[in-house]
Design a binder for this molecule. Structure first.
Ligand code: ADP
Length: 408
């Protein structure tokens, strides 16, 4: 959600709660009825359990607005902190306790400056007291892992305009920020990758136009270079489009039983010219009748990318093996092994990232886009599987894809 939208919705909720909050802070009513019993489903600790079998019954049994307020505050993902006119904390919900790293008990009655020692927060609180009563900002908190919060502060004023207090709403926007950063980086990377071959093409064309066209000896060479670079552009655009189709859910729309051996044979045939040109031995050891739950075209792309890399990075006359076996737990393991340079430990987790290459110039030289393994990972995950890598520098690589079995 847009940070501003988070903020406005938080403030709207905050304003709605204000009347009820006023009652709660003068009361010592226990929270107990809404904190018990223990979660029914393991790992569902965030759920708040309330009495009643449906919403109407719940309302009836909760009765007072104050009880309802407790339910809302305790179940909110956003942190809510309420300050009185003397800048002292009068309420903090569990989400705010978590964000600020202290309990409501410790904070109650204390000046916010003692409780929230963050210059940016103090500024926001000050800004909302003056001006139109609203202030909004972002806050980076480092408590173990770094998190970003959208913070909205709303001043509460009486009909006569007297300052009565402030409500602060904190929404975690860490994943949203990460996504925005990833998108920006992706656009920058794509632009960079497109620019290089395009610049080369323009350079060769200019050379031809300014006279090299009459140079019978070299002009074919220039045209071949233009063709190579155009193919690079084509490969890159194809991969970018494929990645975006997979991510938007338009590629693997439904799962189906796929014949692993038939798909493997098709891929091997498609890559035949490449592996034969390098004098490689390509062995397929997939038991016939092995069916996996997946997507026919998706699985083809996965094997094609993995085998294409294995062929690309193998030394000439090396061996590439594509094997499959059924594990004890019934899952099917597809293994792609090569005798190439291997991937250093430090980079193994990163090779599935978009545009990550161990040796960028070598990859580009071989026509790589840096997107192949990112596509593999996305496709395998869409098929409900997992992909992993085992490798040792100088001793080849082994990529393993684990998929669920299927009946023919
Ligand atoms: P590329 O198009 O560059 O091959 P990939 O996403 O397919 O992009 O792979 C990312 C990087 O991982 C490659 O640039 C290369 O450094 C490394 N890599 C992938 N597969 C292999 C392999 N079989 N052997 C050695 N390195 C590999």
């Amino acid at each position: 959600m847009d940070p501003l939208l988070c903020f406005l919705s938080g403030l709207f909720l905050g304003a709605l709660l204000w009347v009820l909050l006023d009652r709660r802070r003068h009361s010592s009513a226990p929270k107990a009825p809404f904190e018990a019993p223990a979660p029914e489903r393991p790992g569902d600790e965030r759920a708040v359990y309330i009495p009643g079998r449906n919403f109407d019954e719940m309302l009836e049994r909760l009765g007072s607005g104050e009880s309802m307020l407790n339910v809302i505050l305790n179940s909110m993902g956003e942190g809510v902190v309420l300050l009185n006119q003397a800048d002292r904390v009068v309420l903090m919900n569990p989400a705010a306790e978590k964000v600020l790293g202290l309990s409501e008990k410790e904070a109650l009655g204390r000046l916010y400056l003692e409780v929230i020692r963050h210059p940016a927060l103090s500024e926001l609180l000050k800004a909302s007291k003056t001006g139109d009563g609203l202030s909004h900002g972002e806050l980076d908190l480092t408590g173990g892992e770094e998190r970003t919060f959208s913070v909205g502060v709303s001043a509460i004023r009486s009909g006569e305009g007297n300052h009565l207090g402030q409500i602060m709403v904190l929404s975690d926007i860490t994943s949203l920020k990460r996504l925005l950063r990833m998108r920006t980086e992706f656009v920058a990377n794509v632009s960079h990758e497109l620019k290089t071959p395009l610049t080369a093409i323009l350079g060769y064309v200019e050379t031809l136009v300014t006279g090299a066209i009459d140079d019978k000896k070299n002009r074919v060479q220039f045209l071949e270079k233009i063709s190579d670079q155009a193919q690079r552009l084509h490969a890159l655009i194809t991969d970018v489009l494929e990645l975006s189709r997979i991510e938007s859910g338009g590629f693997v729309t439904s799962l189906e039983p796929v014949d692993l051996l038939a798909t493997a044979r098709q891929v091997v045939e498609t890559l035949k010219a490449k592996w034969e040109a390098k004098g490689l031995t390509l062995t397929v050891e997939v038991p016939s009748g092995t069916w996996v739950t997946g997507h026919k075209q998706g699985l083809f792309h996965v094997l094609e990318n993995l085998l294409d890399n294995a062929v690309k990075y193998s030394p000439s006359k090396g061996e590439v093996r594509l094997a499959a076996q059924t594990r004890e737990d019934g899952k099917v393991e597809v293994l792609v092994r090569d005798e190439g340079p291997g991937i250093p430990k430090a980079f193994q987790a990163r090779v599935f990232e978009r545009f990550f290459r161990v040796d960028p110039s070598r990859s580009r030289e071989m026509g790589g886009t840096g997107l192949g393994l990112a596509i593999v990972k996305h496709l395998v995950e869409k098929m409900g599987g997992e992909v992993s890598l085992q490798s040792e520098e100088g001793k080849g690589s082994l990529f393993t894809v684990v998929l669920s079995p299927a009946e023919e």
